[in-house]
Design a protein around this ligand. Sequence first.
Ligand code: NAP
Ligand code: F7E
Length: 348
Amino acid sequence: MKRALVTGVSGQDGAYLSKFLLEKGYRVYGTYRRLSTPNFWRLQHLGVFEKINLISCDLIDENSITEALRISRPNEVYNLAAQSFVGASFEQPTGTGMVTGLGVTRVLEAVRQFDTGIRVYQASTSELYGTGGRSKQNEGTPFYPASPYAAAKLYGHHMARIYRDAYGIFACNGILFNHESPLRGLEFVTRKISNGVAKIALGIEKNLSLGNLDAKRDWGYAPEYVRSMWLMLQQKMPDDYVIATGESHSVREFVSEAFNVAGLDWKKHVKVDRKFMRPLEVNLLRGDSRKAGKKLGWKPNVKFRELVRIMVENDMSLWRRWMDGEHFPWDAPSYPSEANILSRNLRV
Ligand code: NAP
Ligand code: F7E
């Protein structure tokens, strides 16, 4: 039986990937970090929590990474753990560098010392392209990161390549464009919108405050994207791949489509608040994943409108169940309002 170690198993991708690997017959080990309140709702929501072997590990702490390798003795490591929120990286630039950047080196170095035969997936990102400004980005497009998050990820991206070239480690960078789902964190714009629309439609809230409505993203469906991570590690040779839908839509289009799903007019409910704007913005991302199509046989099926519908309908159904008094593993009811969060944008 193949063994996989997934760092960041409590996150969106960690949960979907674990489910995918379990279905493939893997023994799955997942790292989690100690928090004052446990955060396993996604794994419980997908019904896989009991099937995953959990190992306490923080990417800040290299000993805990070595120990995770020793306990799991994996064939494959999926390094998904990161401080992954771009907005927060402006608030915590050094912390983000230590986890999202240096954390990658700690994982690679632990693999080098423990067993160079382990295959490593590194969660790279379309944010590397930053403000580079090409209309469609592929593996050859230059990187020009525009946030502490993206700069940390660029460092991790190069370290994965360096460990591949220097030590022959089978390390792949998946340059994944934005991918979303009902399990997306509530601070990311798509889920913030789908959750906000559901609450407005059911009379729980009246308005939704957002930042830059003009930014454009290439949004795909997370359960499809985790399959690409596995495919990369099944190839003969390690390589880097762009994973994307090839379509780009603005935040405004997402908002409009989401309110449409609920039969509402977004202009009556959406307010723009500078607090949610970033000190530096990535205006346009649109990926060209033809290489992944050709070499991995990967292609996206869920496109923009279906993605919006899946997310809004899911949040509406969960809020309805909650209003009927049902309790189940889910993040939204205990998520704090963002009203009293002070933004660095407004402080400087
Ligand atoms: P996510 O939901 O934010 O999950 C991040 C995971 O990392 C969580 O399990 C989190 O644990 C863990 N983590 C955070 N800090 C850690 C630390 N110091 N030590 C150990 N674990 C830590 O992110 P995601 O959307 O699943 O994304 C997975 C990966 O892909 C991330 O590396 C992200 O940067 C990258 N990526 C995401 C996208 C996207 O659109 N989703 C696109 C490209 C790349 P807690 O639950 O305890 O917070
Ligand atoms: O923002 C704009 C915001 O936070 C998308 C991460 O998974 O994908 C994600 O990073 C856009 C930005 O995702 C609000 O300014 C407007 O232009 O949902 P987001 P992101 O920054 O693209 C990449 C690929 C990753 O690698 C990251 O880990 O939406 N926007 N108004 C807003 N964004 C947020 N969060 N909240 C707003 O109110």
